[in-house]
Design a protein around this ligand. Sequence first.
Ligand code: 3SL
Ligand code: MG
Length: 242
Amino acid sequence: MKVDAIATASNAKNHSFINKNIVIVDVLRATTTMIQACNNNCSNITPCLSIAKAKDIAAKITDEKLLGGERKGIKIKGFNLSNSPLEYTSEKVKNKHIIITTTNGTKALHYASPAHHIYIGAFINAKSVAHKLLEENKDIVIICAGTDGKFSLEDISCAGLIIHYLTMQAADLFLTDLAIAAHSLYTSNSQNLKDWISQATHYQTLTNLGLQKDIEFCLTINKYHIVPEYKNGLIRNKSLPS
Ligand code: 3SL
Ligand code: MG
């Protein structure tokens, strides 16, 4: 099984992922928020590239729905929710269809299609993602969303953690150079992961916005055992036994 990593959403453009399993990682905060919403039993998530598209899709959905997302880390005017995972509580999202647009995370999803499966990963479900990938035995590409077209420490470190779990359970893996680098970054910083990631640009941005609690949540490892999947324009929950 080949394991590759891609450093930013824009680097995923024009790649062919046919017959491969993809994991989209945007630790701070898009994929963490999507996993949290799925864990709290939202009915579906529709990720959108633009605010206009999100509004347009929301207008056509007749089910109970919520508009969520951010620009520059802040809730979009007229939207119900920001991109804080802490807002996506069961009380708010249960049985609701969430239409979400974020700066980098939804872009990474957009470039991932078509693929065999597209999974949603973050620190909060890293181990379950690795289990799911091993079960399916297909070549793997972990797409790190990055921040505004640039490489991000938190996403590559999370890719490294997923690769760490893969290497612990499978001997026949072929890791590309970036997959090796991600794995090495994670293992050499696993004892002080929060301090390591606190150097990241987006960590600083969210800290300056007073979103320390979001960061803490996003850096919690293996809180959940679900592996949401993106298929036919929708993200839905996929459960694994714990
Ligand atoms: O870039 C994204 O998709 C967002 O996760 C960024 S933020 O953390 O909500 O600012
Ligand atoms: Mg990010």
